[in-house]
Structures are given as C-alpha cells and as structure tokens.
Design a binder for this molecule. Sequence first.
Ligand code: GDP
Ligand code: MG
Length: 179
Amino acid sequence: MAGQKKTLLKVIILGDTEVGKTSLMQQFINGKFSQQYKATIGADFLPKDMIIDDKNITMQIWDTAGQERFQSLGVAFYRGSDCCVLVYDVTNLKSFENLTSWRDEFLIQANIKDPDNFPFIIIGNKIDLEEGKRLISTKKAQALSNSLGNLPYFETSAKESVNIDQAFEVVARCALKQE
Ligand code: GDP
Ligand code: MG
C-alpha cells in the first residue's frame, strides 16, 4: 500500500489506578504482561499500526503515568481523542462505580460537544482472578453500558491475554468512525 496515507487515531485509556490500564496497553502492543509497571513509562503514548478494512491506521494509545491518582491529567492528554476506553477491575467495586465520573471528566476536559455520540468503550479487566473474588457481574456491567448509550463492553484479562485484540479492534473501528 505504498503511498497510501495513514490515518492517525488518538485513543485514551482512563480508569482508577491499578485496574490494569498499562497492562492492557502493554499486552496489546508488546504481547507482554508484567506484575509491575512503574509509573514512569516516559512517553505520553505508544503507537500501534493496524489494518482495518484495508485501511492503514496508526493508533496512538495514551496511558496515564499514575497521575490518575491525583486527577491531574492535563488538557493535552484529553485533546483530540477519537475514542476513550473506560477500564475497571471486576474485583474492585469502587473502580466500577467511578466509571461514570471518568466519563464525565473526559467529556469536560476533552470539551466534547456531542456527548451522546462520542465513542466510549467499557472494559472489565482481571477476569482471570478466581470466581469468588469477582464483585461486578457481566449483567451489572452490561446494564451500565446500556444506560450510557449501548457502549461496547468487553471482559478482559491483560494477564492471560483474553479478549485484548478483540477489544482494541472495536476501539479502532469506533475511533475511525469518529475521526
Ligand atoms: P494501572 O494503574 O491501571 O495502569 O494498572 P497496572 O497495569 O499497573 O496494573 C495494576 C496491577 O494489576 C499490576 O500488579 C498488574 O500486574 C495487575 N494486573 C493488571 N491486569 C491484570 C489482569 O488482567 N489480571 C490480573 N490478575 N492482574 C492484573
Ligand atoms: Mg498505569
């Protein structure tokens, strides 16, 4: 596809600290999982080349470097996003309850004019953890996704690489539509 223009898509990943945002991104981009990612990744984002329906795209995935703890992500982080991935941990109720705050924060900071039509994706991560630890059922998460406008919802494990490619393909498709 020589000479074909690449489409650049900006995707940001939001959610409480420790839910697995960095792990999801690392598993998707590098196919690796580590128990510990330091808060200092260095770059603001990591690129991933993809082909979607014969279209060359580069997805820039923006991850927080621990600042989410202090809710101090700058405007540059949010600006120009084509899709926003909201992540919670299926064993952490608070992280699920906070999803709508992350969504609201995004809409304000990114200055989204038409909130109902902006593509958000919801991810419930850490489904590899034993059944008894799980606090948020698929049904409950689906109800939230529906109430926020039928948002795509995925259950993933960054640790065991479950559903990662599937989720990010939908992210790419949604971002493409938005772009
Ligand atoms: P972030 O703060 O949202 O970026 O979360 P991290 O990616 O740093 O992950 C926080 C902790 O959860 C780390 O110890 C990860 O190894 C762990 N973790 C992330 N994803 C998973 C997962 O899918 N399953 C399990 N069991 N642990 C995970
Ligand atoms: Mg992180």
